[in-house]
Design a protein around this ligand. Structure first.
Ligand code: ADP
Ligand code: MG
Length: 209
């Protein structure tokens, strides 16, 4: 993985977040406090703004810096969770030799584990983890099977979409929506939606000829 890809991905993510203002805002208004779009927009903006500082760093150091920046810019529950993802992903990349899909999948999985630990949530609790855990598992599996980049990206886009849609029928047991009980049913989780959008935008960027 190259730092330039991380920078391109941050621009793609910002574009996607901005293009989905209505969706993200209305989802968090329905089962949260309505600030998820603002939080994600602020985070994406902060990363794009440090582009030149990131460009001179190794991918590992760039991910660490992104995590620290998110920690200081995004409020709410999602800030520290996403921050821990990038910090742990960077750390895991550092301790893994070579260049392979498996290296990136392993680092991605370490990032997801950090979210699990920090937020004390797991699959089926109507959070971003309902996208991130299946995507991470699928990524590891496909990487272990030595699948091509395009096959991996297409599968991950589909898995993220499924995970995001599956949150609609769940009761939330973590985060703000946990207090709503059955009233949360019928609404997609905002964090799951933003993670699905980010994964799709990065995969589509990689798929571009
Ligand atoms: P806040 O909930 O503080 O207003 P945001 O609106 O930015 O923060 O983020 C809400 C999202 O954070 C939720 O939709 C959910 O996906 C995610 N989330 C909340 N708590 C947790 C947790 N403990 N573990 C994983 N994700 C969580
Ligand atoms: Mg919120």
């Amino acid at each position: 993985m190259k730092t330039a890809i991380i920078i391109n991905a941050s621009h793609e993510i910002q574009r996607t977040i901005l293009a989905n203002e209505d969706t993200l805002e209305s989802l968090d208004r329905a089962i949260g406090d309505g600030d998820h779009y603002i939080n994600m927009k602020r985070g994406a903006q902060a990363i794009v703004e440090i582009e030149t500082e990131l460009a001179v760093l190794s991918p590992e150091a760039a991910l660490n810096k992104i995590g620290l920046k998110l920690l200081s810019t995004i409020g709410g529950a999602s800030g520290p969770l996403l921050a821990s993802f990038f910090i742990s992903m960077g750390k895991a990349l550092q301790s893994y030799e070579g260049e392979s899909h498996l290296k990136i999948a392993t680092a991605f999985a370490a990032g997801v584990q950090a979210i699990i630990q920090r937020g004390k949530a797991n699959l089926g609790e109507k959070t971003m983890l309902d996208v991130l855990i299946p995507v991470s598992n699928q990524f590891l599996l496909l990487a272990q099977q030595n699948k091509d980049t395009s096959v991996i990206c297409e599968h991950l886009i589909a898995t993220a979409e499924q995970g995001m849609l599956a949150t609609k029928d769940l009761i939330a047991t973590k985060g703000r929506a946990a207090g709503l009980g059955e009233r949360a049913i019928g609404h997609i989780d905002p964090g799951a939606k933003s993670c699905q959008l980010m994964i799709a935008s990065v995969c589509n960027l990689i798929l571009k000829p």
